[in-house]
Design a protein around this ligand. Structure first.
Ligand SMILES: *[C@@H]1O[C@H](CO)[C@@H](O)[C@H](O)[C@H]1NC(C)=O
Ligand SMILES: *[C@@H]1O[C@H](CO)[C@@H](O)[C@H](O)[C@H]1NC(C)=O
Ligand SMILES: *[C@@H]1O[C@H](CO)[C@@H](O)[C@H](O)[C@H]1NC(C)=O
Ligand SMILES: *[C@@H]1O[C@H](CO)[C@@H](O)[C@H](O)[C@H]1NC(C)=O
Ligand SMILES: *[C@@H]1O[C@H](CO)[C@@H](O)[C@H](O)[C@H]1NC(C)=O
Length: 819
């Protein structure tokens, strides 16, 4: 689809606004001040917020009950209380259910369902938000054919012959369930991996546990033969593409990924829980599709990293970004015969170490979790045929113009799914964002206009590798760098009852404030809010959803929120046919109450960001976070953290591996740190320059903290002044001064995150520009902090370590000076 810069977007780029200056005083002031663009913007702010009777005036941060006292405000059509009421009252369970039913009624792989694109755009416009379709031409694959079989050499008179018996032919399909119509949909999408390589390989098989970096290290240590073999890995913990990447690097020829019910907690058939559709345990035939892109190297179209995939652009080679060995996802039902064929071959999982016996959920079915490889007369044939195409994908972009043209909040959800359903991933988020847009449309209809521009996005191609959002950020980078205040992501809006969040530290407080104003759908005590029933834990930004390009490439502080599966909630069939409307309405969110709540949370987060006069960031939270990250990296040089033997490991020793949280477990298991304890206890465990380096980083953080504290105090003071002081209209110079000061503080907050970008990018993955946050190179989903430092410690490269100490120290000091 030919595409130029969208007219809609060019209207919201940085620049002076067109505004009517009816006020004489203002006009006179205008003619004097026009010479400076800064004054110009301040003036627009001043005119809008402090004088324009049409503009609405949001309340003081944390003082939502405080009515605004600006003289012009009396004429506004709705005040903040009314806005909040609209944003809390408008979202409806019935509507969310309706949107969920719509999106899950037909296949919608990336670039596959244009009618959902048009429908989304039309709905948003019906809600009152002007929208358009933004297309990219991207490289991606469609499944053509596949086969997975276990072969055993025929015995002839007790001797091997040349022919093979098919011991097991994997079905590679998910069962059609009578109760769940989606599972029998005629055009259902085959089980396959996004960006998987085609191939036809036949080889013995090796069990590689979760396929983390350390799992493969353990196998090398145990002399298990890997080259030329096919890996069978369980899903879990790290991004699937990185399992394939490591297998490929070690000369393996194919990868099979299966879902082990051991990772489903207590909700298992082994514990007597009925499987879906009769109960909440895992359907044995369920398969997790998904992308095998090397996500921690670069997301987006693998032929155009760093620039947008417009029709006709030059395209580069892909081997750095996607696998060259074939891979296939399977159910545990299909995995059983292969895992059993491994019994008795090679070491057993328990002979390696404790990390290998966690959650061995098929032991009760007779699986010994032997490593293998299988002998040469017991092999697997893995055949995977993918068709690669360059095809249009479509983002839908909706805009509500704000009064301040160069302060923009972007709110996004992806629309594409691996399956016909996708009731949780991503269309619970799509239902939620639709309800959010309907709410803001309602406010606009009643005369509200946000202070800042709000851009809503329905991304396409997220599943293959965050493609739609990455290409969009790459296209509009200069505008986003200048104007984008924050990015708010909702991907899986609801897959269970447990609220979960990850965020850049600047935005922590926005999440706490919003969640403490939204009633929980499951109150045991009257009046409980979402925050009351939440641990309050906010994870660092990793990857795996559309915030990645905003946070790590454009330096826009981002957050991601959703209700996730908690312990003992129904198993969520991620990327499976059973992530269906039926599952959602029977098990995931009966009555769609959590959908409504999620829309309310999203509404309040967006309103705070887009409509509080003083930007609601807290720089001191960033300072605290930086200090804790430095401490974390420093600690990791003292402890023997990712050691091979768990008895050496400080955490594992005191807690036992079984007690580690998944986050801890996989951060240990995906580190590229040398694993032998002797390596670590030797003098090489620290560089001579280490102590001094950390002192410098702490000093830089201390400087930053001081300036951050000052900025936050100034912001609080301005909030107080803006909320309390009644300034008579004729004292407009003091109004201008206040407007000017607010503008200055807001601009500092806006550009703070940008200061942590390093233009050359991270070592070996230069697309990633942020020096504080990146997906872990061997985790993908989970965030690494100070990736440059961590990786140089892992690889024991002192020169590289010192280079990153310099870069990070400089970034922190520059950020401090900017405040
Ligand atoms: C596109 O999605 C709609 C709504 O879910 C569905 O009705 C339609 O069948 C889908 N189209 C295709 C070609 O799958
Ligand atoms: C895969 O390769 C085997 C030989 O190794 C061959 O017998 C088989 O026909 C091939 N499968 C396909 C679908 O090409
Ligand atoms: C692995 O092989 C090396 C050399 O071939 C040998 O020294 C070592 O003991 C073996 N290790 C194990 C665990 O078998
Ligand atoms: C935003 O404002 C500009 C004028 O400044 C206007 O041309 C454009 O249509 C507006 N866009 C929306 C979505 O209202
Ligand atoms: C509601 O809360 C109760 C008590 O905390 C809990 O047992 C139950 O599972 C929750 N239900 C849902 C649907 O979240």
């Amino acid at each position: 689809m030919p595409h130029e810069h969208t007219p809609l977007l060019t209207t919201v780029r940085v620049g002076p606004p067109r505004r009517r200056y009816t006020h004489n005083v203002v006009r006179r002031f205008c003619t004097i001040a026009l010479s400076s663009i800064l004054i110009w913007s301040v003036l627009s702010f001043f005119v809008t917020v402090l004088f324009d009777p049409e503009a609405r005036h949001p309340p003081d941060h944390g003082h939502d009950h405080t009515p605004w006292s600006w003289p012009g405000c009396q004429g506004r059509k709705i005040d903040y209380e009314q806005l909040r009421e609209i944003l809390l009252e408008t979202p409806s369970r019935e509507k969310a259910e309706e949107w969920s039913r719509y999106y899950t009624a037909g296949a919608h792989l990336a670039g596959q369902n244009y009618s959902q694109v048009v429908w989304t755009k039309e709905k948003w416009e019906e809600f009152g938000v002007k929208s358009e379709i933004v297309a990219y031409d991207v490289y991606l694959n469609r499944p053509a054919d596949h086969r997975l079989a276990l072969l055993k050499k025929k015995k002839k008179n007790g001797e091997d012959s040349e022919s093979w018996d098919v011991a097991y032919e994997a079905s590679l399909t998910e069962d059609v369930l009578e109760q769940d119509p989606t599972s029998g949909f005629p055009n259902s999408i085959p089980t396959f991996h996004g960006y998987s390589a085609s191939g036809n390989v036949t080889a013995p098989v090796v069990y590689v546990n979760y396929g983390t970096y350390q799992d493969f290290e353990d196998l090398l240590k145990a002399n298990v033969s890997l080259a030329g073999k096919i890996a069978i890995a369980r899903y879990g913990g790290i991004f699937r593409g990185l399992k394939v990447k490591r297998a490929q690097e070690l000369g393996m020829v194919g990868t099979i990924l299966y879902s082990d019910p051991g990772d489903d907690g207590d909700v298992t058939e082994e514990n007597g829980v009925e499987p879906y559709p009769d109960g909440p345990a895992r359907q044995p035939s369920s398969v997790q599709r998904g992308s095998t892109q090397f996500l921690s190297v670069a997301p987006g179209d693998p032929t155009t990293p760093g620039y947008p995939s417009k029709p006709g652009v030059p395209r580069g080679p892909t081997e750095k970004y996607i696998p060259s060995i074939p891979s296939i996802p399977i159910s545990y039902q299909d995995a059983l015969p292969i895992l059993k064929a491994l019994n008795g071959h090679g070491p057993r999982a328990r002979d390696l170490n404790e990390y290998w016996t966690r959650n061995t959920g098929l032991a009760y079915k007779g699986v010994e979790y032997s490593i293998g490889p299988t002998p040469d007369d017991v092999v697997v044939n893995l055949y995977n045929e993918q068709t690669y195409i360059t095809t249009p994908i479509w983002n839908v972009i909706g805009v509500i113009n704000g009064s301040i043209p160069d302060e923009v909040v972007v709110v996004g959800n992806h629309r594409d799914a691996w399956i016909v359903g996708g009731a949780a991933d991503p269309n619970s988020g799509s239902a939620v964002i639709n309800e959010a847009i309907r709410s803001f449309g309602e406010a606009v209809r009643k005369g509200w206009k946000p202070l800042r521009t709000i851009v809503f996005a329905s991304w396409d191609g997220e599943e293959y590798g965050l493609v739609g959002s990455t290409e969009w950020v790459e296209e509009f980078l200069p505008w986003l760098r200048g104007a984008n205040l924050a990015y708010v992501n909702v991907d899986v809006g609801v897959s269970g009852p447990e609220f979960s969040a990850s965020a850049a530290p600047l935005l922590n407080n926005v999440i706490y404030e919003a969640t403490s104003q939204v009633p929980s759908p499951n109150q045991t005590v009257e009046g409980q809010t979402v925050a009351d029933l939440w641990s309050g834990h906010i994870s660092t930004m990793g990857s795996g959803s559309d915030f990645t390009a905003f946070q790590d490439y454009a330096g826009v502080p981002s957050l991601d929120v959703g209700f996730k599966v908690g312990s003992n909630a129904a198993v969520y069939h991620y990327h499976s046919n059973y992530d269906s409307f039926h599952w959602m309405s029977e098990f995931g969110d009966p009555g769609f109450a959590y959908h409504r709540t999620m829309a309310q949370v999203l509404n309040l987060i967006t309103a705070r960001l887009a409509d509080t006069v003083v930007v609601p960031f807290r720089a001191r939270d960033y300072a605290d976070a930086l200090r804790s990250y430095v401490a974390k990296v420093e600690d990791s040089t003292h402890t023997k953290k990712p050691s091979r033997d768990p008895s050496d490991h400080a955490d594992a020793h005191s807690l036992g591996v079984a007690q580690l949280s998944d986050e801890e477990f996989f951060s240990i298991r995906s580190s590229a740190r040398p694993h032998s304890s002797t390596d670590l206890s030797s003098s090489s465990s620290s560089f001579g320059s280490e102590a001094e380096s950390f002192r410098r980083l702490y000093a830089a953080v201390a400087r930053f903290a001081e300036k951050a504290e000052e900025l936050d105090e100034r912001a609080d003071e301005l909030r107080r002044r803006a909320a309390r002081r009644r300034i008579p209209w004729w004292r407009w110079p003091s109004k201008i001064r206040l407007g000017f000061e607010i503008r200055k503080v807001n601009t500092r907050y806006k550009f703070l995150e940008r200061k942590f970008l390093y233009p050359e990018g991270l070592d070996g993955r230069s697309w990633f520009k942020h020096v504080v946050f990146a997906p872990g190179i061997w985790t993908g989903y989970a965030g690494a902090v100070f990736p440059g430092l961590v990786e140089s410690i892992d690889t024991r490269d002192e020169a590289r370590f010192l280079k990153w100490v310099d870069i990070i120290e400089q970034a922190i000091l520059d950020a401090a000076e900017s405040l």
